[in-house]
Design a protein around this ligand. Structure first.
Ligand code: GLN
Length: 200
């Protein structure tokens, strides 16, 4: 039995819950999804998803509920965390001027610099068939005003790129994606994430 936390302060929460349920089915695994709304919901979870939405808003709510330290502790304890789109921004150690201008506090977990809203405005969202390291066939990746992962260093490395731009990176127990895997009706990325949870 695995407990999957989905940060449920703002953003694409129900879609992640559905994708996790599908990934659990693919793995033939029993599991429970926990809506994480404050620090006590973090207790006992085996992994955490930080969804897409607006990084500015999610950041403000993380601050209001005093959740930064607890999530950083989870990450350093080796608990797998996946940040998608806005979640990807929050995972980064460094952001661009827009992150600074909006005074968004980053969780600062991954050795990467991101640039907000770099893949175009909302109406210019697009889908792209993506080759992802570790998946046999291409993944239909949905981009909605996603960030660009401009640079990675240290232990952070790329799992997928579009025309030389990194769109999915991994650093030990941490994953960050500039797209929305929960919008694809294809739970292979979520399955890959669940594969990162150590078996007990
Ligand atoms: N552009 C948004 C941000 O800066 C992210 C968009 C998304 O999560 N779909 O937070």
């Amino acid at each position: 039995m695995i407990k999957v936390g989905v940060l449920s302060l703002q953003g694409a929460v129900p879609e992640h819950v559905l994708a996790i349920r599908n990934a659990l089915k693919m793995r033939d695994q029993e599991g429970e999804v926990v809506h994480v709304r404050d620090n006590k919901d973090l207790v006992g979870i085996d992994c955490l998803i930080i969804p897409g939405g607006e990084s500015t808003t999610i950041g403000k709510l993380l601050k209001r509920f005093d959740m930064y330290a607890a999530i950083r502790e989870l990450a350093s304890a080796g608990v797998p965390i996946m940040g998608t789109c806005a979640g990807c921004i929050l995972m980064a150690k460094e952001g661009d001027l827009d992150v600074t201008r909006t005074r968004t506090e980053l969780l600062g977990l991954m050795d990467m610099r991101v640039s907000r809203n770099s893949f175009g405005r909302q109406k210019e969202s697009f889908e792209s068939s993506l080759r992802i390291d570790g998946l046999d066939d291409e993944f239909p990746a949905v981009f909605i005003r996603g960030p660009i992962i401009e640079e990675v260093w240290g232990r952070c490395s790329s799992l997928a790129e579009i025309e030389g731009t990194k769109v999915m990176v991994k650093q030990d127990n941490l994953l960050a994606l500039s797209f929305h895997p929960e919008l694809s009706r294809d739970a292979r990325v979520h399955r890959m994430f669940l594969d990162m949870v150590p078996r007990t």
